[in-house]
Design a protein around this ligand. Structure first.
Ligand code: NI
Length: 225
């Protein structure tokens, strides 16, 4: 088994949709074994194909006191309830955020022998499956944040000045309803260095690193700046 390199946000592969696996063969079993080893090595609860550079619909799950398992072409069929949970991701190291997840889900998938199976999962297993199936569709937990203020650098207070320095575009709130606040409206391969702002700065002083260089983000200054 091999430990695979884990792709880190904003690697564009994390925003692409993974393809169904047509045949569960030895190459898929090897990938599943490698993903489980990689997930366990990183002490993750789950891992999805795109996170190791494979745009294939395969996820692995590892929760405490249960054997790790792989789900091939997984589908979430039913979702029940909702709860707010702190969540992190091996592709967003050092951050966690508050998201809404289902209390219970029903899912189905193929196992590593190509057999169909169904499972009902609650709590952490349900959360992990929802999180990993999202990865197969290019969705990250950052997209589910209840508020951008709820993204925390692990071990660092959100009041500290550097916690905004993650890769996403931030648009200033134009309406005066939240005069000192910003609203995250879209996630792109962009780094906004908001920590370089201070109280006297205007948004135009914010620097952006656009990984594709194709377009400038629309940045509006506050009317009260
Ligand atoms: Ni993740």
């Amino acid at each position: 088994m091999a430990i695979l390199p884990i792709r880190v946000f904003p690697d564009p592969i994390l925003r692409r949709k993974a393809r169904p696996i047509k045949r569960v063969d030895d190459s898929v079993r090897t990938l599943a074994d490698d993903m489980i080893a990689t997930m366990q090595n990183a002490r993750g609860v789950g891992l999805a194909g795109p996170q190791v550079g494979e745009l294939k619909r395969i996820i692995t799950i590892q929760v405490p006191e249960q054997d790790a398992f792989a789900m091939i072409n997984p589908e979430v069929r039913n979702r029940e309830g909702s709860r707010q949970v702190m969540e992190g991701c091996l592709s967003v190291p050092g951050y966690s955020g508050l998201v809404t997840r289902s209390v219970k889900i029903d899912a189905r998938a193929l196992d590593v022998n190509g057999g169909k199976f169904k499972l009902s999962a609650e709590e952490l297993v349900a959360q992990a499956i929802e999180h990993e199936v999202d990865h197969l569709n290019g969705i990250m937990f950052l997209d589910h944040l209840i508020a951008h203020e709820e993204l925390h650098k692990v071990g660092v207070s959100p009041d500290e000045p550097h916690w905004h320095d993650v890769g996403y575009t931030v648009y200033a709130q134009h309406a005066p309803t939240l005069p000192q606040d910003f609203q995250m409206v879209e996630v792109l391969n962009t780094v906004a260095r908001l920590s370089q702002l201070n109280a006297e700065s205007s948004m135009s002083e914010t620097s952006y690193d656009l990984s594709d260089g194709a377009h400038e983000p629309a940045v509006h200054t506050h009317s009260d700046d």
